[in-house]
Design a protein around this ligand. Structure first.
Ligand SMILES: Nc1nc2c(ncn2[C@@H]2O[C@H](COP(=O)(O)OP(=O)(O)OP(=O)(O)O)[C@@H](O)[C@H]2O)c(=O)[nH]1
Ligand SMILES: [Mg+2]
Length: 307
């Protein structure tokens, strides 16, 4: 028989009978604020955010655990009509995420006046709540016509106007989500915040800097891969990442005169990576050309996209 001190204390053991757990996919057009909402709900930055559309390219999973719940949030790429292979893979990712989800959080920009019919096609018969974001930019009553138009287009279970950026009404979103999650035990250990490896987040941070530092097509033609990560006993970790572009001219732009531009990416990225993994690193970057990789199924698969 176990000594008394090893037996679980009935008063302290968490009551699992009311525990809820499930997958919640954030979906919607590019740039509506899905990644900003994921980060705000998580209370930390997991998913990269830029002012440009199509920043997120594959789903980012964030695990939010509480005493009586575990919400597994899936941030997804913005929904578009795909024009090339990479965009098709991005939409495959949205499709998988929506079919994995117990609940959809359909996000739209409250400052726009049109219903996003393309994204609505991804909702199907799944339970969904409508979240109208960016209400810090608009008077709340001015959102009403958009709310009516959406309710006419789809029977959403609830409509919540929010500002992911300013943290407004996020508690309302959480309550609404929790209420709709299936009962059941946690799928992941409580201390886990994501399922993706650190090297995924490192490559995303580098990609975010490229989105912020370069204009037009360059960021969209760029893929970042962490090729090695050496943990060294008496020195900082050495992370080696490659930046893949589609053309020689883009390679020149990325590297810049005397390597200046690439150095800037490296410095900005290193600062954020160190903050993310809580230790100093050396970051080595190099640029290579893979002609038309965005349209090559083989290349896309080798970079981890589901074509
Ligand atoms: N004013 C305002 N801006 C916001 C809000 N939420 C997000 N943004 C801004 O909108 C832009 C896009 O945000 P993201 O979170 O990257 O949008 P997304 O939906 O993930 O975009 P994709 O990954 O391209 O699909 C960024 O510049 C954000 O700072 C908000 O509540 N208010
Ligand atoms: Mg995003």
């Amino acid at each position: 028989m176990a000594p008394e001190s090893l037996l679980p204390d009935a008063d302290q053991a968490p009551d699992q009978s009311n525990h809820r757990c499930g997958y919640v996919a954030l979906i919607g057009k590019p740039n509506v604020g899905k990644s900003t909402l994921l980060n705000a709900l998580m209370g930390q930055k997991l998913s990269i955010v830029t002012h440009r559309p199509q920043t997120t390219r594959r789903r980012v999973l964030g695990i939010l655990s509480g005493d009586d719940h575990q919400v597994i949030l899936l941030d997804t790429p913005g929904i578009i009509e795909p024009r090339y292979g990479l965009q098709k893979a991005m939409m495959n990712d949205v499709r998988t995420s929506t079919s994995d989800a117990d609940l959809l959080v359909f996000m739209a920009d409250a400052t726009r006046d049109k219903v996003d019919d393309l994204s609505l096609k991804f909702v199907g018969k799944r339970p969904a709540i409508l979240v109208l974001n960016k209400i810090d930019k608009i008077r709340q009553e001015d959102v009403l016509p958009l709310v009516s138009a959406y309710m006419e287009a789809h029977a959403f279970e609830e409509v919540i106007p929010i500002s992911a950026l300013k943290g407004k009404n996020l508690d309302v979103v959480m309550q609404s989500v929790l209420k709709r999650l299936p009962a059941g035990p946690a799928f992941y250990p409580r201390e886990m915040i994501s399922e993706q490896p650190e090297k995924f987040f490192v490559s995303e941070i580098i990609r975010e800097k490229i989105f912020k530092l370069y204009r037009q097509e360059v960021p969209y033609s760029t893929q970042v891969n962490v090729v090695s990560w050496e943990e060294r006993e008496d020195d900082k970790d050495l992370i080696h990442a490659e930046i893949v572009v589609e053309r020689d001219s883009q390679k020149g732009i990325l590297i810049g005169k005397g390597g200046k531009a690439l150095k800037k990416i490296g410095t900005f990225a290193r600062e954020d990576i160190e903050e993310f993994i809580h230790r100093p690193i050396f970051l080595k970057l190099h640029v290579k050309v893979r002609t038309d990789w965005r349209n090559s199924d083989g290349q896309l698969r080798s970079f981890g996209y589901s074509t």
